[in-house]
Design a binder for this molecule. Structure first.
Ligand code: FE2
Ligand code: FE2
Length: 327
């Protein structure tokens, strides 16, 4: 009997959503609880776009994109030595504390049965994916390919297949390059400042709402330009396919143009230009507690629906296209 791939994909998508909610931690390292599932959907969409240009099996990439971070919940805080340096394993990957879930489902029970505790999430994810696909009647050859592609998502070795390279590039771009990565950077910085001020008995939530222009001046004027400047060449050099390199360069150009436009708006921020780019960013700042980017973007799209024109509508449009992996 032919397997209905769309039905299996939909079922696995529900399983992936459920799995990330088995942990109660609000923040772990650079990740908040609702981040990973949205990241997974963006990576899958971007991998689809890249594979249209680079070739590659779309079905393998659809499953591998969806399941590539299925074991990510077990990654606790990044381990550091007493000198603050991150612990690296023999391949140069960061090592994390082992973080068990608060509740169980099919994925976590399988994780236990396969004795995957304390393995890197690319290796454990590959094993989990292969069994999850086999249990749903998919051929072993497909499951093995999906597992190989997931296994390579932290490092696509020279000579790797095009699916491996496309997933690696899509994963690297989503977390680091472009407007979705800018929002990730925003939420991480808001969270860090909140933690820092909480230690000093300060109230960051109140501070950021009363000093929004000051916050933007610091973040958009200092943090973001340093972040872009120190990483642009590094991430372009990491791309393993020509299409991803072009797409990443275009994302950096668009990002730099937006940062400049937003910086220009800061001095007049108090006048709260309703259609300005900063008013779109405000929606993310105001909803920074366990944010989900896609629904926030939908709300903004409704607020700035055509015929609304201006920087806010334009920024939302650019964000949507990158979130959907179109460019
Ligand atoms: Fe990953
Ligand atoms: Fe990922």
């Amino acid at each position: 009997m032919a397997t209905n791939h769309d039905a299996v994909l939909a079922e696995l998508e529900a399983l992936v959503v459920e799995t990330y909610q088995l942990w109660d931690e609000e923040w772990v390292g650079f990740t908040w609880r609702n981040y990973t599932f949205e990241h997974v959907l963006r990576v899958r969409a971007l991998a689809r776009t890249l594979s249209e240009r680079e070739g590659g099996d779309g079905l393998v990439l659809a499953f591998a994109g969806l399941l590539h971070d299925i074991a990510k919940g077990y990654d606790g805080e990044i381990l550091t030595a007493s000198d603050g340096q991150r612990h690296l394993d023999e391949n140069g990957f960061w090592r994390n504390e082992f973080l068990p879930p608060a509740r169980q489902n099919e994925v976590t029970r399988l994780y236990g049965e396969l004795e995957l505790a304390r393995t890197l999430h690319n290796n454990s994810g590959a094993r989990l994916a292969e069994v999850l696909l086999a249990r749903r009647g998919l051929p072993g050859s497909l499951g093995r390919r999906v597992a190989e592609v997931i296994q390579a998502h932290l490092h696509a070795p020279p000579g790797a297949g095009s699916e491996e390279r496309v997933l690696y590039d899509a994963d690297t771009i989503d977390a680091n390059v472009g407007l979705p990565a800018l929002l990730r950077n925003l939420f991480i910085n808001l969270h860090r400042e909140e933690m820092r001020l909480a230690k000093d008995n300060g109230d960051f939530a109140g501070w950021v709402d009363g000093h929004r222009a000051e916050f933007y001046r610091w973040w958009l004027g200092e943090k973001v330009p340093t972040w872009i400047g120190s990483r642009r060449q590094m991430f372009l050099d990491r791309m393993t396919t020509p299409s991803a390199r072009l797409l990443a360069a275009a994302r950096y150009d668009r990002l730099e143009a937006w940062v400049q436009r937003l910086q220009v708006e800061i001095p007049s921020y108090a006048k709260a230009l309703p259609g300005g780019g900063l008013s779109a960013l405000d929606h993310f700042v105001e909803n920074r507690s366990q944010p989900r980017i896609a629904p926030l973007l939908t709300e903004l799209s409704e607020r700035y629906a055509p015929p609304a024109a201006g920087p806010a509508a334009e920024l939302i449009g650019d964000l949507r296209r990158e979130v959907q992996g179109e460019r």
